[in-house]
Design a binder for this molecule. Structure first.
Ligand SMILES: Cc1cc2nc3c(=O)[nH]c(=O)nc-3n(C[C@H](O)[C@H](O)[C@H](O)COP(=O)(O)O)c2cc1C
Length: 184
C-alpha cells in the first residue's frame, strides 16, 4: 500500500466522519501497543487537532501520558478482526503486535507502529489531557497525516470505495460501515 501525505488544510477530512480508530502507542521502554477507540472526532481545524475519549485504566492511556505521543490509525472493514483482537485484551498482558502477528511499519515522527493495510493515519503530539472521573479526553496536535493514495481525491476520504470503507461500532459484536455517496 502506498501513502500520500496530506496538506495541513485537508487533514481533518480524514476524521470528520468520526471513523473508529486504532490508537497506536509505544511505552518509554519501547513496548508497542494498539487498541480500538470508537469515541474520536476532530477538535480544531487549524491547527488540526484530534480528540479521543479513553478510559484512564487502559495501557494506551498510560503510554500517551508518559510519552505525549500517539498515532490514530483508520482501519477499514477488511480489518475488523484486527479491531476485535486488539480491543479484547490489554497491552498490559500481551504484546498485541506479536500475539496477533500484526504486520506493521514505523511511523516517521512518533515511532509508533502502524498496521499494514490501514486506510490512513494521523501522527499526534499531546496538546491537552482532561481527566473526568475514570475517562480522559485526550486532544492531540496532528503533526502529520497520510492516506492510502487510492482513498483520497484531494478533497475528501473516498469512504464509499470498497477498500476504504471505514468502521463504526454499534455495540457488542456489531459493526457498521459506510455506504454509497448521496448527492444533493
Ligand atoms: C470496537 C471497540 C471500540 C472501543 N472504543 C473505546 C473507546 O472509545 N474508548 C475506550 O476507552 N475504550 C474503547 N474500547 C476498549 C479498548 O479498546 C480495550 O479495552 C482495549 O483492550 C484496551 O487496550 P489497552 O489496555 O492495551 O490500551 C473499545 C473496544 C472495542 C472492541
Amino acid at each position: 500500500m502506498s501513502f500520500t501525505y496530506l496538506k495541513k488544510e485537508s487533514i481533518y477530512r480524514l476524521i470528520n466522519i468520526n471513523p473508529l480508530l486504532l490508537i497506536s502507542t509505544v511505552s518509554k521502554d519501547k513496548k508497542y501497543n494498539i487498541a480500538p477507540i470508537a469515541w474520536g472526532c476532530p477538535q480544531e481545524l487549524n491547527p488540526t487537532r484530534l480528540l479521543i475519549c479513553i478510559d484512564t485504566g487502559h495501557k494506551t492511556f498510560e503510554n500517551i501520558v508518559k510519552t505525549k505521543k500517539f498515532v490514530a490509525c483508520i482501519p477499514n472493514i477488511s480489518q475488523l478482526k484486527l479491531v476485535k483482537n486488539t480491543g479484547g485484551i490489554s497491552g498490559r498482558e500481551v504484546d498485541k503486535f506479536k500475539k496477533f502477528n500484526i504486520k506493521s511499519f514505523i511511523a516517521e515522527k512518533t515511532g509508533c507502529k502502524i498496521p499494514d493495510g490501514i486506510t490512513g493515519y494521523l501522527e499526534n503530539r499531546v496538546f491537552k489531557i482532561i481527566k473526568i472521573d475514570s475517562t480522559a479526553i485526550v486532544i492531540g496536535d496532528v503533526i502529520t497525516a497520510a492516506v492510502d493514495k487510492d482513498a483520497f481525491d484531494g478533497k475528501r476520504l473516498l469512504a464509499e470505495k470498497k477498500k476504504c470503507k471505514v468502521i463504526y461500532h454499534l455495540g457488542k459484536n456489531k459493526f457498521i460501515s459506510t455506504g454509497n455517496v448521496i448527492y444533493s
